[in-house]
Write a protein that binds this ligand. Structure first.
Ligand SMILES: [Fe+2]
Ligand SMILES: [Fe+2]
Length: 355
């Protein structure tokens, strides 16, 4: 098999309050709660999984509830934001109107060239983006030669050239009364972190995960900082949902800190356990320290770290969320692995109510 990642499986985040997280991701962002379970390592706290109707890999955001944890912070070795896909500029403006009408402050829409972006935060401060599908990375270099040259964004996309008042005032002209089908989020569009060594990080994403450098540019909000993008790219197309991006922080820049409002880890896909096992052998051959295969009930997983310390997982698409409840009722019951079932009543009394 070729060791080229098919993109993101999920990202996992830290919540201080599972009930509030549920209300935000389900009621405001329109995710489905596809699994209600506990953190297998801390069974008196929730682990909630959100995704599309079926809980498809690539649409999943998961949350540990750590009620007593201090706030985390972004920085080197951590994730700055997770971007979710939307069809086009029109649906993006609907999202802006919907979010602001629900009291969620939104910045943007910003023209990033390759897509347009709005930004907001979840109730714990996790930074989220909603990004349009296009126009794509081939607007400033040919599709068969992405990532070769350093691209300088035009002045109009940089802080000095932007009309911030006009951007802030840009929104959908009418109230959005309910989430409509065209607004359904398309899963993880890209994930952006910080590194203080772009070449070491790039080598890692290329060597370990088979991703290719598809854009070298600058952070368009802080143009003194480099911004590089990797993806599953074959010279003809970029696979949606495979775009890992990194800001180049200064050497010895602020390290990320684990905690509430931060991304705990990111996970890439493997088809099944057999592929996962092959990935594990591949990583070992690359002299990357990787865990044994762990059973996460809904997928099997291996874990390793990027050179700057980010926790990275590869998770199998199988067996999926329908293994212990029907697709029609995903997320309704509290699901426990067999080895915790014996303690169900004790676990249930310790969990805080979800609504
Ligand atoms: Fe995970
Ligand atoms: Fe982004």
């Amino acid at each position: 098999m070729d060791f080229i990642s098919k993109g993101f499986h999920h990202s996992t985040h830290v919540s201080s309050n599972a009930a509030r997280t549920l209300a935000f991701y389900r009621d405001i962002l329109g995710f489905r709660l596809v699994k209600k379970t506990v953190n297998f390592d801390l069974p008196d706290t929730y682990h909630l999984y959100f995704g599309d109707d079926k809980g498809s890999p690539g649409t999943l955001l998961t949350f540990f509830e750590w009620p007593n944890s201090p706030r985390g912070s972004w920085g080197v070795g951590g994730i700055h934001h997770v971007a979710l896909g939307t069809k086009d500029y029109d649906t993006q403006l609907k999202w802006k109107r919907w979010l602001t009408d629900h009291g969620v402050p939104v910045s943007g829409p910003y023209d990033r060239g390759y897509f347009t972006s709005i930004y907001f935060a979840d109730p714990d401060g996790q930074i989220l983006e909603i990004a349009t599908e296009g126009p794509g990375f081939d607007i400033d270099e040919p599709m068969n030669a992405l990532g070769r040259d350093l691209m300088t964004p035009p002045e109009s996309r940089l802080p000095a050239g932007r009309d911030e008042a006009k951007i802030a005032a840009t929104t959908y002209p009418e109230p959005v009364d309910a989430l409509t089908g065209d607004m359904t989020l398309e899963g993880i569009h890209h994930i952006t972190g910080h590194t203080d060594d772009l070449s070491a990080a790039g080598e890692f994403y290329e060597r370990a995960l088979g991703l290719k450098l598809v854009k070298k540019s600058f952070n368009q909000d802080a143009p003194e900082i480099l911004h590089y993008f990797w993806a599953n790219y074959d010279g003809e197309r970029i696979l949606p949902g495979s775009d890992m991006t990194l800001f180049g922080a200064p050497k010895n820049g602020r390290k990320s800190r684990e905690g509430v409002g931060q991304t705990h880890h990111i996970a890439f896909r493997a088809d099944d356990e057999e592929q996962l096992s092959a990935w594990r052998e591949h990583l070992l051959q690359q002299e990357i320290d990787v865990t044994e295969i762990r059973d996460r009930s809904y997928f099997k997983s291996i874990y390793f770290r990027s050179p700057d310390g980010l926790l990275v997982e590869i998770a199998s698409d199988t067996p999926g969320f329908a293994i212990d409840e029907p697709v029609a009722t995903l997320g309704q019951g509290l699901k426990l692995p067999d080895w915790l079932e014996a303690n169900r009543s004790e676990i249930v009394t310790q969990l805080r109510p979800l609504s």
